[in-house]
Design a binder for this molecule. Structure first.
Ligand SMILES: Nc1ncnc2c1ncn2[C@@H]1O[C@H](COP(=O)(O)OP(=O)(O)OP(=O)(O)O)[C@@H](O)[C@H]1O
Ligand SMILES: [Mg+2]
Length: 508
């Protein structure tokens, strides 16, 4: 076997109250795609940060090309040919797309000035290879999360990388973008570049990875080839339970469809907002899970945001239980009983400096306390229930949310909106970044709540989750409703066909 390009031996990393890495050894070889898996909070991101100079290990050794090495800062790892795409896009939103691609290594003209013309030309050409055709002088923020992730990827791969590390690269990508990513991965493999790949999506791992390392509670519990490792065995190693104790789930943990003839609970009629959605109508009955399907930029998130009043409307009305919900007023919508779990937890949700407890009860406080005072005991009860049910891993409810792993932050947000006890819950990518065990729990919970009469709008880029979870699917294209499927017609083929058919009359 070839010598590792990058390796850690017996590395440990402690945080107050947590041992994130406990004597972990791990090696990546040239040309391999090495999956790094484990439950939320298992230590994956921490290991990556040790490999890339973000964190200094408290013990153990880092080795590069067979020699001990110390990366004091991320730039030192980058210079050694280690490129990283983090779990959250960490580029500069207000800088141009091209500027982000060349950030920190801008070519200069003879006169010593930054050569913007070259930056724009090269960035445009590079990004075209990743399916991004847009004016690269526009700010990065003008792109959706998925496209931003592709920019991060293009940036990482275009540097002279020997190792490319990807922390959940596909969690915000469209199926089409995922395919592009896999082509890029193939190319890297052929060039002998090593890849470390973190993902909670089993299908993907088995498709693209050669080897796997399983972390559990900060320990390496297994490293070996992936292809012959049965899936159930992999899951059992991740969760630390015997195979016979693992429930045999289908692809998802949704149960039967919820059929209901009741009058709609929520009626969003003819919603329009400049450049985002055009005359979109959605009705949700009590106990019904309505899926929203569509490609990137089709207006799914915008529709959800419009319903809850987070997107200014040019026209349209939202009714809940026969009452008109005041437009453009999120607080009023929440009071009326509509809650939104937003797609981008960094900008739309998590308050990093507050504790887990505070983040969870934040939105429910007005309900928990009609008179302004909420007993700590009452808060504790609610927080305790959701921390257990969603298996939120934190040293205590008082730990700052910023210190939680990515998946656990997502669970905190979900808990926040669940404990507002909404009548209608809008879920934009509810299981993004959540590990297999907790994902099953979240899906079962959505199912259970729908069974109790909650109306749900479900947006998911995971086709299985959408098809299995939704009783009815509305297909959006270019901000408008392009079709609707219900009952036995809700199949993957039908949804994909609806998305494609709607595209036939367009020329882009
Ligand atoms: N800055 C920090 N301060 C305190 N604790 C931290 C910090 N960063 C991580 N931790 C803790 O270390 C453990 C491992 O976290 P890490 O982010 O590595 O998990 P992960 O495997 O990447 O999980 P996920 O799948 O949710 O992204 C968690 O218990 C987390 O709360
Ligand atoms: Mg992580």
């Amino acid at each position: 076997m070839a010598e590792p390009v990058l390796e850690v031996r017996e590395v440990s990393k402690h945080f107050p109250g947590t041992t994130a890495l406990d004597h972990v050894s791990f090696a990546v070889r040239p040309g391999e795609v090495h999956a790094l898996v484990g439950e939320n909070g298992a230590g994956k991101s921490t290991l990556i940060k040790v490999l890339t100079g973000v964190y200094q290990p408290d013990g153990g050794q880092l080795r590069h090309l067979g020699e001990p090495v110390v990366f004091r800062r991320p730039i030192e790892a980058q210079r050694a040919g280690i490129s990283t795409i983090y779990q959250e896009v960490n580029l500069v939103p207000l800088m141009s797309i091209a500027g982000n691609v060349f950030l920190g290594r801008e070519p200069h003209s003879k006169g010593g000035l930054v050569d913007w013309r070259r930056i724009h030309a090269e960035a445009a050409e590079l990004l075209a290879g990743y399916g991004i055709h847009t004016d690269v002088r526009r700010p990065l923020a003008s792109l959706g999360v998925g496209a931003q992730q592709m920019v991060a990827l293009a940036r990482a791969v275009s540097t002279d990388a020997r190792v490319v590390i990807m922390d959940e690269p596909t969690s915000s990508l469209e199926p089409r973008e995922v395919e592009t990513l896999f082509e890029v991965l193939n190319g890297l493999h052929e060039r002998g570049i090593a890849v470390v790949y973190v993902s909670h999506r089993m299908d993907e791992l088995y498709r693209v990875c050669d080897r796997v390392t399983v972390l559990r509670d900060g320990r390496n519990v297994h490293s070996g080839p992936l292809a012959d490792l049965p899936r159930i065995e992999l899951v059992s190693m991740m969760l630390g339970r015997e195979i016979r104790d693992i429930r045999e789930h289908g692809v998802t943990s949704f149960g039967e469809d919820h059929h209901t003839e009741a009058e709609p609970l929520l009626r969003a009629e003819n919603l329009s907002s400049k450049h985002a959605i055009d005359d979109v109508s959605v009705a949700i009955r009590p106990g019904e899970v309505v899926g929203l399907a569509g490609l990137l930029g089709s207006g799914r998130s915008e529709t959800a945001r419009a319903i809850v009043g987070a997107l200014p409307l040019d026209g349209g009305t939202v009714w809940l239980g026969g009452r008109r919900v005041p437009p453009g007023n999120v607080a009023a919508a929440v009071r009326a009983g509509i809650s939104l779990l937003a797609e981008d937890r960094k900008t739309d949700g998590i308050i990093p400096s507050l504790s887990v407890r505070e983040n969870i009860v934040l939105a429910a406080l007005p309900r928990l306390s009609p008179f302004g005072l909420v007993s700590r005991a009452k808060q504790d009860r609610v927080v305790d229930v959701f921390m257990k049910r969603l298996r939120i891993k934190a040293s205590s409810p008082d730990q700052k949310v910023a210190e939680l792993s990515g998946g656990n932050q997502q669970k905190v947000l979900l808990a926040r909106w669940l404990c507002t006890q909404p009548k209608v819950l809008l879920l934009d990518e509810p299981t993004r970044g959540i590990d297999v065990g907790a994902k099953a729990e979240v899906q079962a919970l959505i199912d259970e709540l729908a069974g109790e009469g909650l109306g749900v709008l479900l947006i998911s880029s995971e086709m299985d989750e959408l098809i299995d979870g939704a009783d009815r699917v509305i297909v959006l294209r270019d901000g408008a409703v392009a079709g609707e499927l219900s009952g036995g017609n809700v199949t993957e083929e039908a949804v994909l066909a609806a998305i494609a058919a709607a595209g036939e009359d367009a020329d882009d």
